[in-house]
Ligand binder design. Structure first.
Ligand code: NAI
Length: 341
């Protein structure tokens, strides 16, 4: 079996995780090339990961004759352009979420992706590859929970990143709290229910850093969404979890309910000390979703080998972004937003 030769763009917070996985943990894949605008990251790729081709220019990387696929982990504003270019060069593409920042651009990219069905395209909605989410999905599919009535999602980042977020909030546009934080929650609401979102209403409050009001950013937001079959979804998005990285999902159905990550456990350890009974919590996404990041890349490799497309499509990326922007529109206008148009 000849290895799939991969080039990665972006070796930052998440890029390093994907690069390490491709280089060392995915059977049948080799990390051949890496692209970053940070020289020390390219040194890291050469010295630590054994990458033979390093580039500052993405365009030059995709022109390499030695690649079968690219993994895109660059800042979100580059995604559509980099996907288009890779597809033009006949490369399979794994791209981190979101698929893009502009709906018009995303639609064009979806068309390009759909015009090349022989090339695998996978979007980084890794929760779909987390074992707990997959277990819950199987229960839903078997009908164990009956008909779903409510889906509740919490996606709250640890407060450790908030001070720096506040510092740079005026200068860099996050796309808004819901596009930044809730895109995975929106995706799993659509995935679990198999339904599209019809109407949304969102609210927000800045309590720890009221100065965020002045730059139009939010530290905590909540939203209610109505799906096409009247299922309700409740989202809480935040940047200020004191205890760690809190991703929790609840499904309520006519025959039962379940919760995933009701406690954001780090491991199986329970500490008994002067604070009482303490469960350590996971502190960031690479820790909580370590296996999901691995599983999704294994799936990408399998899809390329088996000449099939993964369960998560470019259209899922488009729909998730559309809903996230509708939530932001609701914040801005204080109105209930119809997403059906
Ligand atoms: P980062 O800022 O830590 O790293 C960005 C990387 O892109 C750096 O290596 C930088 O050198 C490179 N880069 C920037 N401009 C470039 C250019 N013009 N050409 C080539 N390389 C360039 O970013 P982070 O946090 O790793 O995020 C990257 C992507 O991953 C984003 O789209 C983000 O939304 C997504 N992400 C997804 C997560 C998930 O849960 N699936 C979690 C965190 C990030």
């Amino acid at each position: 079996m000849v290895d799939i030769k991969v080039g990665i763009v972006g070796l930052g917070r998440l890029g390093k995780t994907h690069a390490n996985n491709v280089a060392s943990n995915i059977p049948g894949m080799t990390l051949t090339a890496a692209c970053s605008v940070v020289e020390s990251e390219l040194d890291y790729a050469r010295e630590q990961l054994g990458v033979t081709e390093t580039y500052i220019s993405y365009e030059e990387m995709v022109n390499s004759p030695n690649l079968d696929a690219v993994v895109i982990v660059s800042p979100s504003g580059f995604h559509t352009e980099q996907i288009n270019l890779a597809m033009e060069k006949g490369l399979h593409v794994f791209c981190e979420k979101p698929i893009g920042l502009e709906i018009k651009e995303i639609k064009k990219t979806v068309e390009i992706i759909e015009s090349r069905p022989e090339l695998v395209f996978q979007l980084g909605f890794m929760r779909r590859y987390d074992e707990s989410y997959q277990y819950a999905k199987e229960m839903v599919e078997r009908g164990d929970l009956g008909e779903l009535t409510v889906i509740r999602c919490y996606g709250i980042d640890p407060c450790s990143g908030l001070e720096s977020f506040v510092k740079f909030a005026g200068a860099s546009n996050s796309g808004g709290l819901f596009a930044d934080m809730s895109i995975h929650d929106i995706d799993i609401v659509r995935w679990f229910s198999g339904k599209e979102v019809n109407r949304v209403w969102a609210l927000g409050k800045n309590a720890a850093y009221p100065e965020l009001d002045e730059v139009g950013e939010l530290e905590t937001g909540a939203a209610m969404m109505q799906l096409e079959d009247k299922t309700m979804a409740l989202l809480v998005a935040g940047r200020n979890a004191i205890h760690g990285y809190h991703v929790e999902t609840e499904l309520i159905g006519t025959k039962g309910m379940l919760r995933i990550g009701a406690q954001p456990d780090k491991n199986l350890v329970t500490v008994f000390n002067e604070n009482g009974v303490v469960r350590p919590t996971s502190q960031h996404f690479p820790e909580r979703f370590r296996d999901a990041f691995l599983n999704e890349m294994k799936e990408f490799a399998s899809c390329i080998r088996e000449k099939r497309q993964p369960g998560v499509s470019a259209r899922d990326g488009l729909e998730g972004t559309r809903v996230a922007y509708a939530l932001q529109q609701s914040i801005d206008t204080k109105e209930l937003i119809d997403v059906t148009r």
